[in-house]
Write a protein that binds this ligand. Structure first.
Ligand code: ADP
Ligand code: MG
Length: 481
């Protein structure tokens, strides 16, 4: 076990997020995932001589959105540079990237670590194009190349070396994924490679101010793997230092089969890439008006929304923390609050039966919006004790979705309304007590916990129609006689 009292881990993360534009960063080829290999490959993607790239304005707008959401400064004067290297899956022989003028500068992403807010400080967010894919596992002897992804727009979100544990890294990447999804600029699917992370890791003695030599673990494709790779590297690096070994700057890869990393190459330096401004692409200038327009279009981010919900609807931290992962869900709730004042009950409905229904039926919140008035009536029926929550959620909800109608009508037709009538409930209570003489005797001897069993039996017998409060009162009365 590495000595974490003596050493401090220092981590900087680079996250590549594939922007959800229709077309590539510098040409009209589609970006959609899963197409037959090498079908989205115009002469521009293939790097044919004489072709000219043209910048995708939507990609630029998405990068600005992310920058504004992360409190970055937006660079108004931008250009693209060529980063020259040979890669079989990038036919031009260079990658077009922003070199010294990232479109977003600085910034921060707050995360909650053990109930305390800390800020992950960003260095920059820049735009660049993705490479294609080399596929090594289809043949034992050959490598296949799919260039569909070549030229897809990416933003690279780079932190300062300010993260100090695998747990912090895990929370940060989760938060970034949440934000890009919330802004609808990237689908955040790590399995499909839409979000990939490189982790830079070094260690130093606690209290030291200079950074140690770092290693970089490339292309981590799940949040779990990011955490595992960092945990492994911290241990490995501390052990090396303890054993008096010298750490060399290396690029490494993660092996998910045994949660270890291995070296792929010693690190190259930036000047090996011979950066120069791409002469085929005009520099682009952003106006204040344009940036402000994008700012005005940004949705409230999850953290801000939670604060608003708490003050406006009197919700607890617990309630709001359950929400805010999914923008469609949050929008649905916000819309619902314009129709009902049972704010807390509406959240319970969303977190319970509504999510369950959407999962089971593979449908979306958009499909439920037209039903909101009926859902509001349903919620009212439960809140006024005309319908039990269990009957409402297990039977009426599905009924009114399958065949949109007023829930009161549905419940009446199907004989599901809850009974508040003491007479009717007494009848059920009596039946239950007669059917369970031994339990009644045990209760009378002091086993008061059995009340729950009796209430449950009455619920069953009445098919959920007996109001549980009245049932309990009547049972207690009868059993104390
Ligand atoms: P490059 O572009 O060569 O990968 P950068 O200087 O842009 O290098 O840094 C990449 C990432 O590595 C950043 O997130 C940065 O915070 C992090 N980083 C740099 N030096 C260290 C270090 N000594 N320890 C941990 N992380 C580091
Ligand atoms: Mg790097």
């Amino acid at each position: 076990m590495a000595n974490l009292d003596k050493y401090e881990a220092v981590i900087g993360l680079e996250i590549h997020a594939q922007l959800a534009t229709q077309s590539k960063l510098f040409c009209g080829d589609a970006t959609s995932f899963g197409a037959a290999p090498n079908t989205h490959v115009s002469p521009i993607t293939l790097g044919h001589p004489g072709t000219l790239p043209k910048t995708n304005a939507t990609a630029v707008a998405y990068a600005i959105k992310m920058g504004l959401a992360c409190n970055c400064a937006i660079e108004k004067n931008n250009y693209f540079a060529r980063k020259n290297y040979f890669y079989p899956d990038l036919p031009k022989g260079y990658q077009i990237s922003q070199h010294t003028t990232p479109i977003c500068v600085g910034g921060k992403v707050p995360i909650q670590l053990n109930g305390k807010e800390i800020e992950v400080i960003l260095n920059r967010i820049h735009l660049e194009e993705d490479a294609g894919k080399s596929i090594h596992d289809l043949s034992p002897t050959d490598t296949f190349i799919d260039l569909n992804r070549a030229g897809t727009p990416l933003i690279e979100i780079v932190t300062e070396p300010c993260i100090h544990s695998a747990e912090e890294a895990f929370l940060y990447v989760s938060e970034v994924r949440k934000i890009v999804r919330w802004l609808d600029i990237c689908d955040g699917n790590m399995e499909e490679g839409s979000l990939r992370c490189d982790a830079n890791i070094s260690v130093r003695l606690k209290g030291a101010t200079q950074l140690g030599t770092r290693v970089e673990v490339k292309n981590l494709n799940s949040i779990r793997n990011i955490k595992k790779a960092i945990e492994y590297e911290i241990e490995r690096l501390i052990d090396m230092v303890e054993n008096g070994e010298t750490i060399i700057q290396q690029t490494r890869s993660f092996n998910a089969d045994n949660d270890t990393t291995f070296s792929i190459r010693d690190k190259e330096d930036a000047n090996d890439y011979r950066y120069f401004p791409d002469p085929d692409l005009a520099p682009f200038h952003l106006t204040d008006d344009y940036i402000n327009e994008i700012k005005a279009s940004l949705p409230l981010l999850p953290n801000a929304l939670k604060i608003e919900w708490k003050s406006k609807y009197g919700l607890s931290d617990y309630d709001v923390d359950q929400m805010g992962e999914n923008k469609q869900e949050a929008d649905f709730y916000t819309l619902w609050t314009t129709q009902t004042t049972h704010y807390k009950a509406a959240i319970n409905w969303i977190l319970g039966p509504i999510r369950e229904y959407l999962n089971e039926s593979n449908s979306s919140y958009a499909q439920l919006i037209p039903l909101l008035p009926h859902l509001t009536s349903l919620l009212d029926l439960v809140e006024t004790n005309q319908l039990s929550f269990s009957v409402a959620s297990s039977k009426v909800l599905k009924g009114i979705i399958a065949n949109p109608q007023n829930p009161l009508e549905f419940a009446t037709t199907n004989n599901l309304l809850q009974s508040n009538s003491a007479e009717e409930i007494t009848n059920w209570v009596d039946q239950v007590l007669i059917a369970n003489p031994e339990k009644v005797a045990e209760y009378k001897k002091g086993k008061k916990g059995l009340i729950g069993l009796f209430v449950g039996e009455v619920k069953k017998l009445s098919k959920g129609q007996a109001d549980p409060k009245i049932t309990t009162q009547l049972l207690e009365q009868k059993l104390s006689q």
